[in-house]
Ligand binder design. Structure first.
Ligand code: 5SP
Ligand code: FE2
Length: 224
């Protein structure tokens, strides 16, 4: 079983001091930086692009950066994010004209490819892509905003994806994103997730290490 990874989403960080925020959350015990890219087209919100990813690298961030592309089209931004220092890059399959080409672009640019499923995106996109995936990201809210409530049906969808992965024989991480908190992270892990994005649950609290410690304590209760 893969170790659990906690990935704070910078969407809820203070953008006026982003470098310090990322340093703080990593010092508080986070594993990976989750970097939400929104284009005001695929989703009704606008955030940050490759320049900001590059700025975090120049600032000295060495942890993996998990780029979650909520953009359409997808392909142009892949190379730009790879050059800017991205580690993981995921995108929404219905936003790509040529799914296999987009995944291959991520692989060829040296990053780890992932596919993102919204609450109602059908899982058939996994039929011919599993062999190329490093991670699958399940959205447990509709994409576009931080601070939304976890959609309970996501637990069933997580279990389905967990079973698909386990039966495939491929070594794929299962990431969950949206409404993850201390009080639901254990149930989410029990449903099969091994990587946890949390934005508002961490950045809206004054003490980041306390929240991350509490999340890890909940995860330690999971038997696997
Ligand atoms: O991709 C997204 C939203 O579209 C997420 O990464 C959110 O930023 C998570 O925020 P919280 O639900 O944890 O506040
Ligand atoms: Fe995200």
């Amino acid at each position: 079983m893969k170790p659990y990874l906690i990935a704070p989403s910078i969407l809820s960080a203070n953008f006026a001091k982003l470098g310090e925020e990322v340093d703080s959350v990593l010092a508080a015990g986070a594993d990976i930086v989750h970097f939400d890219v929104m284009d005001n087209h695929y989703v009704p919100n606008l955030t940050v692009g490759p320049l900001v990813c590059e700025a975090l690298r120049k600032h000295g961030v060495t942890a993996d950066i998990d780029v979650h592309l909520m953009v359409q089209p997808v392909d142009d931004l892949i190379k730009q994010f790879a050059d800017a220092g991205a580690s993981y890059i995921s995108f929404h399959p219905e936003a790509s004209q040529h799914l296999d080409r987009s995944l291959q672009l991520i692989i060829d640019s040296g990053c780890k490819p992932g596919l993102v499923f919204n609450p109602a995106t059908p899982l058939h996109y996994l039929d011919d892509t599993l062999h190329k995936l490093h991670h699958i990201l399940l959205m447990s809210v509709n994409p576009g905003f931080g601070g939304q409530s976890f959609i309970p049906q996501s637990l069933t969808k997580l279990q389905k994806i967990r079973t698909l992965i386990d039966n495939s024989g491929f070594d794929i991480r299962l990431e969950i994103d949206g409404g993850v908190k201390v009080d639901n992270i254990r149930a989410i892990a029990e449903a099969g997730a091994d990587m946890f994005v949390a934005g508002s649950a961490i950045f809206n609290q004054p003490n980041y290490s306390q929240v991350i410690d509490e999340m890890r304590a909940e995860l330690a209760k999971v038997s696997r």
